[in-house]
Structure formats: C-alpha cells, structure tokens
Design a protein around this ligand. Structure first.
Ligand code: NDP
Ligand code: GDR
Length: 343
C-alpha cells in the first residue's frame, strides 16, 4: 500500500486529491494547521479514512515530524496562502507560507525521505502580465502580485531541488480550477453563492471588481488527477494543466444568473474595493504536453461547472434558510424571503 502526505488537505484541492488517492488504495496523511475552531467542511466525509498530522508550513520541525510519521511515497504540497487579493494586504505572510514554506517542505523531504516523489502546486498566476498566449511551459514568468511572485520562487526552488539533489520533484502549473468546495471569496464561488442567495430572496445585489478579466477555468476534481499522473512518470518534469478555453468574469456572470432565470445587469454593482492594484488580464493555457504525455483530459466544461456550483449553493443556502426559519431568525413575512422559500 502506497502512502501519500498532502499539505493543504482541508482546502479545495486537498479534499478532492485525498478522495482520489483513497480510491486508488493509498494510505492518506494530511497536514493540518492548528486553528482555534477547526474547519473540516471539505473532508468531514472522509475523516475516518485519513490520518491528520498537525503542522504548519512555516515550522520546519513540524514538517520533519510529519514526513517521519507518514513515511510517504508521494508528497503533494498544496498548502499556501492562496488568495491573490490578500497577498497585497499580507505580503510577508504570503511569502512566508507560499514561497519559503515550500522550501521548508522540500527540506523536510530531502532530510527525511529524499526518495519520496514531490508535487508542487504552481500556478498560472506566475505568467501574470501577458507575454504570449496561449501560455505554456516555456512562456516566461511575469508575476503581478506578491502571491504570483511567491509561486515563482517556490516553482524555481522545486526545479532546483530536482536538479541539485536528484529528487523526483514536479511542478504542476495549474490554471484556475473551481468546484462547490471553492473558498467563498474566489470569483466563481462568490458569484454562484450570490446567485443562489438572490434567487432565494436573501440578497439583493452583488458587488464586483473587474468584469473584463479573462480566466481559463476548469473543474478541481479533474485537475487533481493530473497531479497524481505527474508523479507516476519515469522522470520528473513540469506541466501546464488547463482547458484551453478562456472566459471573462462578465461571461461567468451571464452563465450563472441566466441559469436561474435572472439578468446579472439587474444585480451587479461595480465596487472599487474589488479592483486589484495590478491585474492579470488574460489567462489561456496550452495543455498539449500534459494531455499527450500524461494522457490527461478534462471532463467538465465551463457551463457545466458553473451550473454545478449554482446547484450546490442553492442546496446549501436552502438548508441554511430552513434552519434559520425554524429557529425564528428569518421572517417568512418578508416577501422576498417568502418567494425564495417557496421557489
Ligand atoms: P485553498 O485555499 O482551498 O487551500 C489552501 C490550504 O492550505 C488549506 O488547507 C489551508 O489550511 C492550508 N494552509 C494555508 N496556510 C498554511 C500553513 N501556513 N501551513 C499549513 N497549511 C496551510 O487552495 P486550493 O485548494 O484552491 O489550492 C491548492 C494549492 O494550489 C494552493 O497552493 C494554491 O495556491 C494552488 N493553486 C490553486 C489553483 C486553483 O485554481 N485552485 C490554481 C493554481 C494553483 P486552512 O484550511 O487552515 O486555511
Ligand atoms: P485568481 O482568482 O486571482 O485568478 O487566483 P479569483 O477568483 O480571486 O479572481 C479571478 C478574477 O476575477 C476578478 N474579479 C474578482 N475576483 C474576486 N475574487 N472577487 C471579485 O469581486 C472580483 N471581481 C472581479 C479578479 O480581478 C481576477 O481577475 C486563483 C487562486 O486560486 C490562486 O491561488 C491560483 O493560483 C490562481 O487562481 C490560478
């Protein structure tokens, strides 16, 4: 039985990857940082089948202990401060976790289990300002945020550990991937959650930033399979993983609102707070290398993905709404709420 250690197991990708590896018969260990109120929402359903180890990317000794306990064949380094917006308000924390944290993890593996195969969660944010499209493995990096800069550092550290210490270390340069488990502040989930709440009469407007930014959006459940495939090859390498399609935030709004019979123009309000100091205008990935060498393909398309997320947010918000009505916290006498509830 193979063992895998996943950092960031409580996040979107960590939870899908854990499910995928369990299905493949792996023993799965997950690194979790201590919080005063633990949040296991994404992994609640598999908690009895995985082993949680406490540790933090900024604490090398905790990572060494984690590698000792898990004795992994494969390490997936998914933990990071992953929200681009926050990287401007917390640039040092972002560098500490997302950049130097990766070196800590690489060191822990090098010192304790150098034969373990290592996956680094690199990002299309490393491409940043448009130098060429579509973006591929050879496209020069031009990051546009402290997050993007931190990921470039971590990416090159991974390449350097591979070349210096002969470690099997890969970087997956993944373009945006989403799911019902996406954090609520990321644009897809922010929109699908708002659409559900507006439909249910719980919210009347949606405040947004730049609607013209374009992203190459795929489904997280498909993307974790590419991570695993990278670690099953004869030699380690770096791969772009993307859908090869790009859509604007405006198109995302159109798809999500029209799915429930609404027009986004009636609800969306421009809000300067959600515009970024520097924007990544256009992401479009060229996935030929991963598709040909790994045999990877995405299964879920853009419209299907957004509709899946709206459906999930409708279910979640309906459950919360019914609980609030039962507890007397939400008044059915409010006509908007009554309409949403009965719909
Ligand atoms: P999430 O934000 O959902 O998950 C991040 C995880 O990292 C959480 O489990 C979080 O724990 C954990 N974490 C944060 N800081 C620390 C720390 N100091 N020590 C230990 N754990 C920590 O991200 P995703 O699942 O979406 O992404 C996974 C990885 O892939 C990230 O590195 C991200 O930057 C990268 N990436 C993501 C893409 C995407 O589109 N989703 C695209 C390309 C790259 P907690 O629950 O306690 O917050
Ligand atoms: P991104 O994702 O920055 O691409 O990073 P996000 O969903 O936050 O933004 C995508 C685009 O939407 C625009 N936008 C808004 N974004 C948010 N969050 N909220 C808004 O109100 C809003 N209005 C417009 C943004 O300006 C941006 O252009 C994600 C993260 O998962 C990273 O960790 C990962 O590395 C990259 O994807 C690939």
């Amino acid at each position: 039985m193979k063992s895998a250690l996943i950092t960031g197991i409580t996040g979107q990708d960590g939870s899908y990857l854990a499910e995928f590896l369990l299905e493949k018969g792996y023993r799965v260990f997950g690194l979790r940082r201590r919080t005063s109120t633990p949040n296991y929402t994404n992994i609640e359903h598999i908690l009895d089948r995985i082993q949680i180890i406490d540790g933090d990317l900024s604490d090398l000794s905790s990572l060494i202990r984690a590698v000792q306990l898990a004795n992994p064949d494969e390490v997936y380094n998914l933990a990071a401060q992953s929200y681009v917006e926050t990287s401007w308000s917390q640039p040092l924390l972002t560098s500490e976790f997302t950049a130097v944290g990766t070196t800590n993890m690489l060191e822990a593996v090098r010192l304790i289990k150098p034969s373990a195969r290592f996956y680094q969660a690199s990002s299309s944010e490393m491409f940043g300002k448009v130098v060429e499209t579509p973006q591929k493995e050879s496209t020069p990096f031009y990051p546009r945020s402290p997050y993007g800069v931190s990921k470039v550092y971590a990416h090159w550290m991974t390449v350097n550990y591979r070349e210096s210490f002969n470690m099997y270390a890969c970087s997956g340069i993944l373009f945006n991937h989403e799911s019902p488990r996406r954090g609520i502040e990321f644009v897809t989930r922010k929109v699908t959650n708002a659409v559900a709440r507006i439909k249910l009469g719980l919210q009347t407007e949606l405040r947004m930033g730049n609607l013209e930014a374009r992203r190459d959006w795929g489904f997280a459940g498909d993307y974790v399979q590419a991570m695993w495939l990278m670690l099953q090859q004869e030699t380690p390498d770096d791969y772009v993983v993307s859908t090869g399609e790009t859509h604007s935030v405006r198109e995302l709004l159109e798809v999500a609102f029209s799915y429930v019979g609404l027009d986004y123009r009636d609800y969306v309000v421009n809000d300067e707070r959600f515009h970024r100091p520097a924007e990544v205008d256009l992401l479009l990935g060229e996935c030929a290398k991963a598709c040909e060498r790994l045999g990877w393909e995405r299964k879920v398309g853009f419209v299907q993905l957004i509709q899946m997320m709206v459906d999930s947010d409708l279910r979640l918000n309906r459950t919360k709404m019914n609980d609030s009505i039962a507890e007397g916290k939400l008044e059915l006498s409010n006509p908007l709420v009554a309409a949403g509830w009965s719909g």
